[in-house]
Design a protein around this ligand. Structure first.
Ligand SMILES: *[C@@H]1O[C@H](CO)[C@@H](O)[C@H](O)[C@H]1NC(C)=O
Ligand SMILES: *[C@@H]1O[C@H](CO)[C@@H](O)[C@H](O)[C@H]1NC(C)=O
Length: 496
């Protein structure tokens, strides 16, 4: 993946701190840049490096520290996911359908996050858990999906251990798996499921247990069926899971095994689950994996999301700071949003493009607040901030032919057919403590079809809805959550 910061950028950086004589030259360069509106920091990217290959090429990232439990992360659709593959094949209308579907799922997820922030008591209108727990078949709303992220890990559940592919999600709390096949509008009936009757370590959790009474505080609906605790979790788009709250043996790696792990054994699961067996919740609520393993990992985890679906990343639980060398992690304080303390808030105050900060008042970001989410695809910015970023991006990209967007969420698209390499302005998040984190060169654009790509940011409808740093912009970064230390950090080039 040919990365090169443009020579004018290296020159600028090299020159900083040199004599006044050199500064004169630097200044004239800066003036020239302003005149022609050329961004001073750019990436030169091979178009082909933005596309997945047909075969899986796993990352070798040396992330194998004894102090941490490291799981391989793969994209749900692509050659690295052996469980299930939804190919974006060469038929152009199928490809459009595939990309539109991902963006629709993303809109549904963000809509549910926004409506939840506007009304924290909104539990996404899930049906009554008791009425649903007998697996009554209700057709899911058409087009309804489990809008919960694209990256999966494999973990072992039960005794004997069953290996399950689960989406991991920093925007959800409860971990659950399908204990009965999906009903209604499912992607296919042969979804992998967990059968509690063949596990010797499974037990139901009773209604009067502490775990059951903690569900409400974790944003999960609960009720009783006889003495068994029932959980219900909806995802805002018509998809939901309802079932028994249970405890099981969870095997992350051969050395990291947790007995009595509390999870949802889904009896009625509706939505397009697409070959995944369920979800791992990594938010800040009591029920999440992060909290349940706090004794061992001290609320510390990190991940790296691969650049394309043909490479792999990792999810690492526990502090592996001494396991990796080289990359300095830049930290910014973790903040808590008053509307929902389970999300990971960050103090975003500005956006850089091409090395200069856009003139956006910091109050635009402080009004909305910002969260980082592994499950949202496209980064959402306050409307004012997005417009400023988009205009500057269009200016920097004006030498390239534009393309008509295939879905309304994205409005700045280009046709790179005929270009072997393209030059992109760098884009960075500026945080309140002075730290700036540059998005990787593979985290600026998303493919819409063939050689057409769009700016992978979108605007909220106003400046009041919460901003979300999505997973495209997290690609290839090592993202470190030090929850106990109250900070989140980023380092470049954590995986392929
Ligand atoms: C769990 O509870 C449900 C509902 O009460 C019951 O049908 C099931 O047999 C229980 N499973 C075990 C292993 O106790
Ligand atoms: C539990 O279910 C019953 C019967 O459906 C319902 O009336 C009650 O409101 C539910 N309680 C909670 C806490 O959801």
């Amino acid at each position: 993946m040919a990365t090169s910061i443009s020579s004018s950028s290296s020159f600028l950086r090299f020159s900083i701190g040199l004599s006044a004589f050199l500064c004169l030259i630097l200044c004239s360069l800066a003036v020239r840049d302003t005149k022609t509106n050329l961004p001073s920091r750019t990436y030169t990217v091979e178009v082909i490096s933005l596309l997945p290959a047909n075969t899986c090429r796993p990352s070798t990232n040396g992330h194998d520290n004894k102090a941490a439990s490291v799981l391989k992360v793969v994209h749900k659709h692509g050659p690295c996911n052996q469980v299930h593959q939804l190919k974006s094949n060469s038929n152009p209308s199928d490809q459009d359908e595939y990309h539109i579907q991902i963006l629709k799922e993303d809109e549904a997820r963000v809509h549910s996050i926004h409506s939840h922030f506007n009304d924290p008591n909104n539990n996404y209108g899930i049906p009554d858990p008791v009425a649903q727990s007998d697996a009554t078949v209700i057709p899911a709303q058409s087009g309804s999906v489990l809008g919960s992220g694209n990256y999966i890990v494999s973990v072992g559940l039960g005794s004997p251990q069953k290996q399950l592919s689960l989406v991991f999600d920093t925007g959800s709390g409860i971990t659950w798996t399908q204990c009965r096949p999906c009903v209604g509008s499912c992607y296919r009936q042969k979804d992998p499921i967990f059968d509690p009757s063949i596990s010797t370590s499974y037990s139901n959790i009773s209604c009067n247990s502490a775990a059951c009474s903690q569900l409400a505080a974790s944003g999960v609906a609960s009720n009783c069926s006889g003495s068994t605790c029932i959980y219900g979790q909806g995802y805002g788009d018509g998809s939901f899971t309802v079932g028994f709250l249970a405890s099981e043996k969870l095997t992350l790696t051969s050395t990291d095994v947790f007995t009595g792990f509390v999870f949802g054994c889904g009896q009625n699961n509706q939505g397009l689950f697409r070959g995944i067996a369920g979800l791992i919740g990594l938010d800040r609520s009591k029920i999440s994996l992060v909290e349940q393993t706090a004794q061992k990992y001290n609320r510390f985890f990190s991940y790296c999301l691969p650049s394309t679906s043909s490479s792999t990343g990792y999810l690492s639980l526990g502090n592996c700071a001494n396991g990796r060398s080289g990359n300095a992690v830049k930290f910014t304080p973790l903040t808590t949003l008053s509307q929902d303390a389970s999300f990971y808030g960050l103090g975003l105050v500005g956006i850089n493009i091409g090395g200069s900060q856009l003139p956006i008042s910091a109050s635009v970001f402080s009004t909305s607040g910002t969260i980082i989410d592994s499950g949202t695809v496209i980064t959402r910015l306050p409307a004012t901030a997005y417009t400023a970023l988009r205009d500057a991006f269009r200016e920097a990209m004006k030498r390239y032919p534009t393309a008509k967007p295939i879905f309304s969420l994205l409005d700045t698209c280009y046709d790179f057919s005929g270009f072997k390499t393209i030059t992109l302005p760098t884009i960075g998040f500026v945080f309140g403590n002075g730290v700036t984190v540059d998005v990787d060169e593979t985290g600026i654009l998303v493919q819409q079809r063939a050689s057409q790509f769009c700016l992978a940011f979108a605007g909220n409808k106003d400046d009041r809805s919460v901003g979300i740093i999505g997973n495209v912009q997290q690609k290839r970064l090592q993202v470190v959550y030090d929850v106990a230390g109250g900070k989140v950090g980023f380092a470049p080039a954590g995986c392929q």
